[in-house]
Design a protein. Structure first.
Length: 458
């Protein structure tokens, strides 16, 4: 893997980048809580150093100019570092006893302030709970802080691979399940709430914090719930037979041809792992690479080696040019690292004054003239899915109200929009509320993230 591939895959998990927090009034009981936590975790597991607390108090919410204006939004008074999942119940039980808000955290790369401790208290950093515990035919069982990249590497040694992983490949399985949605592999397997999870062990914030196990669809209230329905201590997720993937990089002159080719590649058999499309304005902000033409639309696919000839024929039949077929690990790694929200990241790194929306709908494959009129200087990134096209819309930021008005206008054009500009749980809310009532009766787990019933978002 090249240095640039590695940088693209890992820099997010190391990047801090947000303003200093102001000290606020301590949460009552925090000193006693810290003393008791030290008995459980030892002094090294209970961090009160300001730099560590600042780092644990932010995520990637600053990618939204609307959320960035509200930062810093919460303040970790202590960061707890358990080193095995067996230590989690003791800590959660202590938080319950001392009434301390407790926000679980993986690598802190959530886009929406998901991991920001809005009500201060303790941040439970789970990155030290990173063991792969067991693996079998079609599944891998790991502690919540294990990295997706480590799960994939481990599975590969046994001839298997993950169903899916996010473009932030080095993030934790607990964070991906609690805050993420999908990624490489979602073309076939949809979101992380569509069968990826076989089993979770969850620690509730109750008197005894007795862990419980949920399987299959019973795990849904704990997926994308931002930790409000319990701390995931371990997860078992699905694997498939490892394929020999390769990276196909192509260039197109116009949107209609590129989207027609994208649709055809999505239907290719054997199925690709990922198919992404960027327009030239996005390619121009990526690190220069012979496989990326900054003057053209870039259609990229992770495909099985045996499908290369057919994929090449598809591309050429729609007037595209194959720039390169780059084998594993570099080709697929580069394509993954430019997928989902990474184009937004690269754009914002290169230029000031942009915002983004998560969009969906096959209307995006057609004539986008009207869609592009909604916001100034719109740029589109698409991901091909068998369940329907998704993507990112990036445009120049004017003000908050213009964004909301634009969302209404896009929806009127048939574009589905998910706004990354609020930190509320916004999927399966009824299930999440019900599970949170049982698992967190005092509302101590990542408080402020479940919206009041009157304030639901789409
Ligand atoms: C540039 C960029 C690209 C991204 N691309 C993708 C993508 O392709 N697909 C995608 O789905 N997401 C993507 N994300 C969002 C995010 O990176 C992923 O969802 C990531 O997997 C989150 O993992 P994490 O370890 O950083 O979790 P964190 O950000 O630390 O946590 C996420 C949420 O989960 C909670 N949480 C963490 N661990 C636990 C646990 N063990 N139990 C209960 N709750 C817990 C936290 O409180 C928080 O609410 C992207 C973000 C950025 C900035």
């Amino acid at each position: 893997m090249t240095t640039s591939d590695l940088t693209a895959l890992t820099e997010l998990v190391d990047d801090a980048g947000a303003p200093l927090m102001a000290e606020r009034k301590p949460t009552p009981g925090i000193q006693e809580f810290c003393a008791a936590a030290t008995e459980l975790l030892g002094a090294d597991g209970v961090i009160r150093d300001l730099t560590a607390r600042e780092k644990a108090s932010r995520d990637w919410a600053h990618m939204s100019p609307i959320l960035a204006a509200k930062l810093p939004a919460g303040h970790a008074e202590v960061v707890l570092h358990p080193t095995s999942h067996e230590q989690i119940p003791g800590i959660v039980s202590l938080a319950h006893r001392h009434r301390i808000p407790l926000t679980p955290r993986g690598k802190g790369t959530g886009n929406y302030g998901q991991a920001i401790p809005l009500y201060d208290g303790a941040v439970l950093d789970l990155t030290g709970c990173a063991r792969v515990l067991d693996v079998g035919d079609g599944w891998i069982h790991a502690e919540a802080g294990a990295r997706m990249s480590d799960l994939e590497a481990h599975a590969r040694t046994l001839g298997q691979e993950l169903w899916m992983f996010p473009s932030t490949f080095g993030t934790t399985v607990g964070g991906f399940l609690s805050g993420g949605n999908g990624g490489t592999g979602s073309l076939v397997h949809k979101t992380n709430g569509d069968g990826f999870v076989q089993e979770l062990t969850v620690v509730p914030c109750t008197v005894g914090a007795e862990p419980f196990t949920v399987r299959e669809s019973d795990a849904l209230p704990y997926i994308h719930a931002y930790g409000t329905t319990g701390v995931i201590a371990t997860a078992t997720v699905r694997l498939q037979r490892a394929r020999t993937w390769t990276g196909l990089f192509t260039a197109f002159a116009d949107w209609a041809s590129a989207t027609a080719a994208l649709s055809a590649l999505v239907r290719l058999e054997p199925a690709p792992r990922l198919v992404s499309l960027d327009e030239a304005g996005l390619v121009q902000v990526y690190q220069p690479d012979p496989a990326l033409d900054p003057t053209a639309l870039s259609l990229r696919a992770i495909i099985e080696e045996e499908a290369v000839d057919e994929a090449r024929a598809i591309v050429e039949s729609y007037g595209g040019r194959v720039l390169e077929v780059r084998p594993s690990p570099h080709g697929p790694a580069l394509i993954s690292s430019l997928s989902f929200n990474h184009p937004t990241y690269h754009l914002m790194k290169a230029k000031d004054g942009w915002f983004h929306l998560e969009i969906r709908g096959d209307v995006l494959l057609g004539d986008t003239t009207e869609i592009r009129k909604v916001f100034p200087d719109t740029l589109l990134h698409l991901e091909g899915m068998r369940s329907g096209t998704v993507g990112m819309l990036m445009a120049r930021y004017e003000d908050e109200q213009t964004v909301y008005d634009g969302i209404t206008a896009l929806e009127a054009l048939g574009v589905g929009v998910h706004s990354p500009h609020n930190w509320h749980v916004d999927r399966r809310l009824d299930l999440v509320r019900e599970a949170a009532r049982a698992a967190d009766p005092l509302g101590l787990l990542n408080p402020g993230k479940i919206p009041a019933a009157s304030r639901e978002t789409s």
